[in-house]
Design a binder for this molecule. Structure first.
Ligand code: ADP
Ligand code: ASP
Ligand code: MG
Length: 403
């Protein structure tokens, strides 16, 4: 007998047929005397549809009301799944965020789960029942409905595993596990059997949406091993766990990409102490995150160029803030929102020399221009023109023997 969290993502609950299908998976787990807590997402596309409704009312839809709206998709699937289980003769019950409650802190749209009440659900699963919990939802200390960020059901699952002290945390999704790249974009991508928290954290924060990055971060902090597997096949999935247990024969484990970046270049800013702070301080104060920064060496000792990257959604706001910033002077400002970020990730990079030049050489061979570079111990990211994205991923995949 084990105590388990089973999380099902949007595609896995994407239709009534699929909900009936996963009810059978859960029934099977439950019949083996396991104690089961299920975490569900909204049906695929639902959350986007709801956000679309809010946008058609206002570009600046009230954040509190948006959370009430977007979390409703998970209410629907919790109830449908619980009903499907009851129909199969399984004792099941759904709870909403406020009933448990799932206590969160932080701003609307990006809250963080602090705690949950476990007693009632523990009693229910001890008596053989299957508890169904909505992912993504929470409730603040002041009683407001909150949501915990896009893709947040993964994080709900990990935190449920921690708080309920379960033996395992299984993330059921629409692919067989974690691949060296998105298998829907790169068909030759290979499935990875085991991956460390650190590598997975880099891959998810750099664009591999198969696991939400804050979920991986929580798993790493609390040391909760995760199994990512398919709802639609019985193939063995991928285990995400701590590094000591993994043998690295390859320098690069995976290639990730994101297409939501933009680049700004300030030409001819003064080359003196404090200028960078004057540029970035107002951006930071307006919640704009800066990713990569490049400052050229000043040729005349007086003026220089600064390039930086940020999320595409923040581009307009950032340009406005910079243009209105009286503290800084520059000759010209350029921006480009047709860029993407390609990253190679691998714990083996630490001990393998030459990965950097190999990446640059490979991109050059395919005539792909690098616009910005950033590195950490286990990742190397470059900004390139968006049009070259697929070509670059394929090339790097082959270069680092991932096909
Ligand atoms: P769910 O709805 O189950 O949460 P998501 O759509 O959030 O599923 O994540 C699964 C998707 O992640 C896959 O369909 C795949 O296209 C994408 N993906 C991106 N990078 C990877 C990767 N490296 N390995 C596996 N899937 C990936
Ligand atoms: N339904 C939410 C979203 O689409 C949460 C999730 O699916 O994990 O972001
Ligand atoms: Mg997801």
């Amino acid at each position: 007998m084990a105590k388990k969290v089973l999380k099902f993502g949007g595609t896995s609950v994407g239709s009534i047929e699929r909900i009936k299908h996963i009810a059978n998976i859960i029934k099977n787990e439950n019949s083996q005397n396991n104690q089961i807590i299920v975490v569900v997402s909204a049906m695929a596309g639902k959350t986007n549809e709801l956000i679309g409704y809010s946008n058609s009312i206002s570009d600046n839809f009230d954040k509190r009301e948006l959370d009430v709206l977007v979390t409703s998709g998970e209410q629907v699937t919790s109830s449908l799944l619980s009903g499907a289980l009851i129909e199969l003769g399984v004792k099941a019950k759904s709870w909403m965020n406020w009933q448990i409650p799932i206590l969160t802190e932080g701003e609307h749209g990006n809250s963080r789960i602090l705690n949950m009440n476990i007693e009632e659900i523990n009693n229910f699963i001890s008596s053989g029942g299957v508890a169904v919990i909505p992912g993504f939802q929470g409730i603040s200390k002041t009683g407001e409905i909150t949501s915990i960020g896009r893709g947040g059901s993964d994080a709900t699952a990990v935190i449920v595993a921690k708080i309920f002290n379960t033996d395992s945390c299984d993330i059921y999704t629409d692919v067989d596990g974690i691949y060296s790249s998105d298998p829907n974009k790169i068909p030759v991508a290979k499935k990875i059997d085991k991956i460390s928290y650190d590598e997975m954290l880099e891959l998810s924060s750099l664009g591999a949406k198969v696991m939400q990055s804050s979920a991986v971060q929580a798993a790493m902090i609390y040391d909760i091993p995760i199994n990512v597997k398919s709802t639609f096949s019985n193939r063995k999935g991928t285990k995400i766990f701590s590094q000591e247990n993994i043998d690295y024969s390859k320098s690069v484990t995976g290639v990730a990409y994101s297409k939501d970046d933009a680049k700004i270049t300030l030409i001819g800013v003064l080359d003196k102490p404090g200028v960078a702070a004057d540029i970035f301080e107002p951006l930071g104060k307006n919640q704009i995150n800066i990713d990569m920064v490049i400052q050229n060496i000043s040729s005349d000792g007086k003026k220089t160029d600064i390039t930086f990257t940020l999320k595409r959604v923040d581009l307009k706001k950032a340009l406005k803030i910079i243009k209105e910033n009286k503290k800084i002077k520059f000759i010209d400002i350029h921006n480009n929102d047709k860029v993407s970020k390609i990253s190679i990730v691998g714990a083996g990079m630490v001990t393998t020399p030459g990965v950097t030049y190999k990446m640059f050489r490979a991109l050059a061979e395919d005539n792909i221009n690098i616009l910005a570079i950033s590195t950490s111990e286990i990742k190397l990211s470059v900004i390139i023109n968006e049009i070259d994205t697929l070509k670059a991923i394929k090339k790097l995949h082959t270069t680092f023997d991932l096909d």
